[in-house]
Design a protein around this ligand. Structure first.
Ligand code: 13P
Length: 281
């Protein structure tokens, strides 16, 4: 199945596909092994910084090999801030790309998104384009409080979302609905489920929930019922990775394939827990 068909399958089943960010082969292994063990589809996400580290061609090759081995795995160019970088990812064989003009003016955001949509549609294979409207913060890290500029007033409005989707022709839409990037020490905000429902009805395309780390399980369940089809997790994996490396190093081992095992194991645990919830297992 293509990514589009997999999203349609998720809608039918009333589940969401897990999207996990990685920046190296250890993260990649953890995500693929976790998804394989549960037998569910999964999306590997690489932001501009992450894909610079792992390598655009390299991560595309890893996904291609995993696909050839028969697992439904897809590759997404997460938060791409320029049209040129989006085109590089499409040329490298990515299944999807997010063109992120959320901190640009509405007109600029529409213009750059339309350019990427046109480029994606001109390919002989299927490439999905996602765009985001409404600010949800920017960093997958542990933060003290909800970032400035994220509030109930700045959440995406259904009518704006509908206009944006119509004007750009995107395949997937990421709204701001109480979600923020990162783990918030003072407490994760609650998702605005009614807003998700209203946006889902207004845009009539699959919705993507960014900033999944730290969101309470019942909120995820309600969000999926309301129309969320892809959920992004990054910070939780980064925390597991760091703790796993620290633990692994305590052994005094010199061989990376030995002291890194704990990090892979801890990340895989996070991936499996989240996938079980998103796939209602
Ligand atoms: P978190 O770091 O909050 O999980 O968000 C990840 C994300 O949305 C990546 O696009």
């Amino acid at each position: 199945m293509s990514l589009k068909e997999t999203i349609a399958w998720a809608k039918e089943k009333k589940v969401a596909i897990g999207h996990f960010n990685v920046s190296d082969s250890e993260g990649f292994r953890a995500v693929v092994e976790g998804a394989k063990e549960l037998g569910v589809p999964v999306i590997i996400g690489v932001s501009e910084g992450e894909r610079e580290f792992i390598g655009v061609q390299e991560v595309a090759s890893l996904v291609k090999i995993a696909k050839e081995n028969g697992h439904p795995i897809f590759l997404n160019a997460d938060h791409t801030y320029s049209v040129d970088k989006a085109k590089v990812a499409i040329d490298a064989g990515f299944d999807a790309v997010i063109i992120d003009g959320a901190n640009k003016s509405y007109e600029e955001n529409v213009a750059m998104t339309k350019e990427v949509v046109a480029y994606a549609k001109a390919q002989s294979r299927e490439v999905l384009v996602e765009a985001e409207l409404g600010f949800i913060g920017q960093s997958s890290k542990i933060i003290d409080t909800v970032p400035d500029g994220v509030s109930e007033e700045t959440q995406t409005k259904p009518e704006e979302a509908a206009r944006f989707v119509m004007e750009t022709g995107v395949d997937l839409f990421a709204p701001s609905v109480g979600n923020v990037h990162g783990l918030v020490k003072s407490g994760q905000p609650k998702l605005n489920i009614e807003r998700i429902k209203a946006i889902s009805e207004a845009v009539n395309i699959p919705l993507v929930l960014h900033g999944g780390s730290g969101i309470a399980d019942p909120d995820f369940v309600s969000a999926i019922e309301a129309g969320i089809r892809i959920i992004h997790i990054n910070t939780e994996l980064r925390v597991a990775y760091k703790e796993g490396v620290e633990e692994g190093l305590k052994s005094g081992e010199l061989a990376p394939y030995k002291f890194m095992q704990e990090a892979v194991k801890e990340m895989e645990q996070v991936v499996k827990e989240r996938l079980k919830l998103f796939n209602r297992m």
